[in-house]
Design a protein around this ligand. Sequence first.
Ligand SMILES: Cc1cc2nc3c(=O)[nH]c(=O)nc-3n(C[C@H](O)[C@H](O)[C@H](O)COP(=O)(O)O)c2cc1C
Length: 189
Amino acid sequence: MELFDIIKNRRSIRAYSSLLIEKDVILNLINAAGYAPSGKNLQPWRFVIVGNSKEKEQIAELSKYVSWLKQAPHYILVFLDNHLSYDRTKDIQAIGACIQNILLLAHAQNIGACWVGEIIEQGEKIKRLINVNEDYFELMALITIGHMKNMEIQQPIMRRVVDDNILLWIADEEFSENHSISTTLGDSK
Ligand SMILES: Cc1cc2nc3c(=O)[nH]c(=O)nc-3n(C[C@H](O)[C@H](O)[C@H](O)COP(=O)(O)O)c2cc1C
């Protein structure tokens, strides 16, 4: 798959089969996360992988998405390591980049995934459940992963057209004359 197709066709998957994902595949997702850019290359992320277990059930019970979370065979919990933090905004941006790496590689491998932010308000309870006691680990997201229940092609979701995303395009006159905003990549029109 072309990179832009992977980016464009990735969707949040919330229905899973009970098939497990192989350990090597999960490790590869975590490996991809680690290649994300981060301020000062501090790599302020840490991951906890949760497979079928009482802990997974208990985590699901803490969410309003309990029913579909229970279906997902694995969670990747994404923590910010505040010991490695130098600028909160930039560190959180790096966390977002590492999560996107996971989502894109998962999609490229036909693995369903969903970024779940709702659960972070339960971060302290989740840390107690999984015995992560250090204050400096802060839950940033839970990512569900698993094989999609229905392998049917996901419907595209509405996105703003590219022109609407561009607030300003500042360029010298020559550039403006010779280039118009290309919409071919995004099929946005
Ligand atoms: C920061 C963030 C938090 C999110 N939290 C949730 C969530 O709590 N529950 C959920 O079902 N989806 C969550 N999502 C997924 C979004 O709903 C989804 O990305 C968006 O609707 C666009 O759909 P798509 O991912 O299929 O393109 C979250 C996404 C992001 C980036």
